[in-house]
Every structure is written in C-alpha cells, then in structure tokens.
Design a protein around this ligand. Structure first.
Ligand SMILES: NC(=O)c1ccc[n+]([C@@H]2O[C@H](COP(=O)([O-])OP(=O)(O)OC[C@H]3O[C@@H](n4cnc5c(N)ncnc54)[C@H](OP(=O)(O)O)[C@@H]3O)[C@@H](O)[C@H]2O)c1
Length: 238
C-alpha cells in the first residue's frame, strides 16, 4: 500500500499504553490523526491538540478544518481517551464528575458528530470502555468513571443503529485490569485482582489493542452494537 492509499483514522488516547500498543499493531497501514493534549511521536501520525476538558468548539473546529483540508474519507474512529478519579460517591466533586463524563463519554459522541460528514460507508468506530461499566472495583471507588464507561456501551448501541444504513459498525472494547496506564497502582492491588481473574494474570495493553485491531479489520464487518470484554475472565466465580 502506498502512503497515498492508506485509509484515514481519527483517534484519541494514543499516548496511553493501549494506544501505543494499537499503533504498533497497525504499523504503517493507516494514516492517523491523533487527538490529545501532547504530541504522539509515531511515524504516519499527525497530532492535533485537543484537551476534551476545554470547550468542544475549539478542538471540533480544528478537527473539521483538518478533515476539510485532507479531503479524504475517514475509515475509522477510535476513542481511547479516558480519565478516572478514585473518589467515593459522596466526595465526588462537580468538576470531577464533569471531567469524567466529558473525557470518557461526551467527547466520543462529539468526535462522531464532527467526523460524520467525512465518514466512509463501511467505516468502523471503536470506543474503549471498561469492565468498570459493570463492576465496582474493591480497590478504589470510581462511580463516575463506571457511569461514563457504561454510557459508552449505550452510546455504541444507539450509534450502531443510526449508522447501520451507512454500513458503519460501532462497538466497544472493554478491557479489564491491564498492566500500566490506569491499571492497578501497586503489586498488592494487582495480586488481589489476579485472584478474581480466571486466567490468573493482568492483561497486557497489546491484548486489548488486538481486539480493537480486529474490529477495524475486514473480518469484523458483521459485528456492530456490541461490547467485547478483554478481561481474562474477571469475576467469573462467586
Ligand atoms: N489500564 C487499564 O487497566 C484500563 C482498564 C480498562 C479501561 N481502560 C481504558 O483504556 C484507555 C487507555 O487507558 P490506559 O490505562 O492505557 O492509559 P492512560 O495513561 O490512562 O491514558 C489515558 C489517555 O487518555 C487521554 N486523555 C486523558 N485526559 C484527556 C483530555 N482531557 N483530553 C484528551 N485526552 C485525554 C490521554 O491523552 P494525552 O495524555 O495525550 O492527552 C491518554 O492517552 C482509557 O480509555 C481507559 O479508561 C484502561
């Protein structure tokens, strides 16, 4: 594939361990526009500054302008940006709630709105959720995060229904406890978690990235509106 032929992907959260693993797996197959607060150093990646906590108008205008200038249809949207505050419900501040819902959830919908006029028929949307959508961790309260990640699953189902006639598939990849990033902060926490995971170990970012890469591949053309858990069998026993 020549540089000119590469399909265009718009993505957030690519500086995360999961995002880096995804970029490594995609190699040079895609032309990637990365939205984030800091540059993403990777061949074939163009960086567009976007802090989702800031007013959406700014980054959405910049994204729109880039898409207009580029003039190529977008084949994929991947939303991997996320943020979490480990705060009990009673102490979650309005700012923490707003930030959590905006970065994890609202920005996904807003990216979709902005990219929609440029999205190619047959394109793919992959949203990075979390097992926290279904389970509360014993190792750190995070109700706002759980609500935001659960919201992504509802969003994906509605989005998949709306864009089905455009042959665009929309899905969620929901990792369990991964090494690095916002995964377990210390060995004791990781050890407690391992006991609740059927495979007896934390996940690697590349294992969650592999599910995203699959959903972007031709083989996933009939999968839409669903969530794929990549959690090693978390909480299978009771
Ligand atoms: N690690 C785990 O165990 C685990 C488990 C379940 C789900 N996840 C999900 O996996 C995804 C990646 O997380 P990670 O743990 O690999 O790494 P991470 O270090 O937590 O990465 C978070 C990513 O979100 C972006 N981000 C945060 N705040 C942002 C903001 N205000 N505006 C724009 N971007 C923002 C960061 O981008 P910049 O710093 O470039 O701005 C970074 O790329 C997240 O959605 C997370 O919820 C992780």
């Amino acid at each position: 594939m020549t540089t000119m032929d590469r399909p265009v992907m718009v993505a957030s959260g690519l500086r995360s361990p999961l995002g880096q693993a995804l970029l490594a797996q995609l190699g040079s197959d895609w032309e990637v526009l990365a939205l984030g607060r800091e540059p993403v150093a990777h061949q074939g990646v163009t960086w567009l500054r976007a802090d989702f906590r800031q007013p959406q108008e700014t980054w959405r205008r910049d994204l729109s302008d880039w898409l207009e200038r580029r003039g190529k249809p977008v084949q994929a949207l991947v939303h991997a940006a996320g943020t979490v505050f480990s705060t009990p419900l009673e102490f979650t501040t309005a700012d923490e709630l707003k930030s959590t819902l905006t970065v994890n959830l609202a920005s996904a919908l807003q990216m979709g709105q902005t990219v929609s006029p440029h999205f190619a028929p047959g394109g793919r949307v992959v949203l990075v959720g979390s097992v926290d959508a279904r389970y509360a961790s014993q190792d750190g309260a995070a109700a706002a995060y759980g609500a935001a990640k659960a919201g992504l699953e509802g969003l994906a189902r509605h989005w998949a229904a709306e864009w089905g006639e455009r042959q665009i598939c929309v899905n969620v990849v929901a990792p369990g406890a991964l090494q690095g990033g916002m995964g377990p902060a210390d060995d004791a926490t990781a050890e407690r978690l391992r006991e609740r995971i059927a495979l007896g170990r934390l996940g690697r970012p590349e294992e969650a990235a592999a599910a995203i890469a699959f959903l972007l591949s031709p083989g996933a053309a009939y999968i839409t509106g669903t969530t794929i858990a990549v959690d090693g069998g978390l909480n299978l026993t009771y």
